[in-house]
Write a protein that binds this ligand. Structure first.
Ligand SMILES: *Cc1c(COP(=O)(O)O)cnc(C)c1O
Length: 378
């Protein structure tokens, strides 16, 4: 079965008793025991809830893993996974990382004696060079934010397997529809489901998928012990969003490709980062390992004064953080999403005062291009 079909099947006809086509929202904190020492399989919603379980099983199926876990946000998911590590452990991490993940690692987990080295994970030898005796894990964004560098997840997973490192892939930008990290050899896939999986800019959620049953048990223990679980209503919203993942992403990618090409030809744009462009460094790799190039486009304008104009003059396109929803959004990474990254690191990465990021939605692409065109004008 193709993934877009599989996504529609999540929770479908789950409730045989009433025949409800969609899964019910089990808005309950606790469950009555049928007898002493007996359980329906559900005891308390932090430990397990039927609506959340449908989502967790659904994402595990889409990603080809044994178990899925739903959290109250992408950050809660990442924080939970970091608890798999112990005092003194070292992790290698993608350098142009989501700003919130960088803040979590540097300003919180570093106080618990975990250490992190940030490298360009699109270059395998950089990762290899950073391995130390105490290195226990690799945390990689398969497609980075905001510069859209593509990591060779297959090669990185093989390196991790050879050196006994846990390979964690933040696959938020690609989703299982475009690339399945576990199939390429990774141990864990994580998603900010807030983005493409839920897809409507209306809910905050995180998902984790694990390949190995013993590891899944550890993650379940952490999820239940720490308790940052996704509520039943939000689980339902993510399930609903996931059903249209395929059609949304097909349209979003098609729009992104056209917008990237239009921007590339614009005299007030000096650089476009989109892996669908043949001269993008990740183009060939994604052609071989993914079903597409995603729908995030970053670009540099020729003059800093254009930044504010574009952010405020666009009408269909909203100036807002986040990404992956049906609505097209524009943001200014240097100030909005990557402010917690040290200025010298931002400068080295190319997150500068002329870089803008678009999360391309499902609108008619001509309307989006017209909106950008009028915003560029004096
Ligand atoms: C948004 C995002 C996160 C954090 O997820 P939240 O749902 O906002 O907590 C992590 N990684 C990436 C790549 C993201 O885009």
């Amino acid at each position: 079965m193709k993934l877009s079909t599989q996504a529609v099947q999540v929770g479908l006809n789950w409730d045989g008793r009433t025949g409800a086509v969609t899964v019910p929202v089990y808005q309950t904190a606790t469950f009555k025991h049928p007898g002493l020492g007996q359980s329906t399989g559900y005891d308390y919603t932090r430990s397990g809830n039927p609506t959340r379980k449908v989502l967790e099983d659904g994402i595990a199926a889409l990603d080809g893993g044994v178990s899925g876990f739903a959290y109250s946000s992408g950050m809660a998911a990442i924080a939970n996974l970091l608890l798999l590590f112990r005092k003194g452990d070292h992790l290698i991490v993608t350098e142009d990382l989501y700003g919130g993940t960088y803040r979590l690692f540097e300003q919180i987990f570093s106080h618990y004696d975990l250490s992190f080295t940030y490298v360009d994970t699109s270059v395998l030898s950089e990762v290899e060079k950073a391995i130390r005796p105490e290195t226990k894990g690799l945390f990689v964004e398969s497609l980075t934010n905001p510069l859209l560098k593509a990591a060779d997840v297959k090669a990185l997973s093989a390196l991790c397997a050879a050196r006994d490192l846990l390979c964690i892939v933040d696959n938020t930008f690609l989703t299982p529809y475009l690339q399945r990290p576990l199939g390429l050899g990774a141990d864990i896939a994580i998603y900010s489901a807030t983005k493409y999986l839920a897809g409507h800019n209306d809910t905050v959620a995180g998902l984790v998928v694990v390949k190995d049953p013993a590891l899944a048990e550890k993650v379940y223990f952490l999820q239940n012990s720490v308790g940052a679980v996704l509520g039943p209503q939000d689980s339902w919203l993510v399930i609903r969003g996931m059903k249209t993942l395929g059609v949304r992403l097909d349209r979003q990618q098609e729009n992104a490709q056209k917008i990237a090409e239009w921007l590339q030809a614009h005299p007030k744009v000096r650089k476009v980062h989109y892996p669908g462009l043949p001269d993008h460094p990740g183009h060939q790799l994604l052609r071989e390992t993914a079903r597409g190039f995603g729908a995030m486009v970053s670009f540099e304008v020729v003059d800093p004064s254009l930044v504010e104009r574009l952010l405020l003059k666009t009408e269909l396109i909203s100036f807002a953080e986040s990404l992956g929803g049906v609505e097209t959004l524009i943001t200014f990474p240097e100030v909005q999403t990557h402010a917690d990254i040290l200025p010298e690191i931002r400068a080295r990465l190319g997150i500068n005062n002329v870089l803008l990021r678009l999360s391309v939605g499902i609108e008619d692409v001509d309307d989006l291009i017209n909106d950008l065109a009028q915003a560029f004008e004096e």
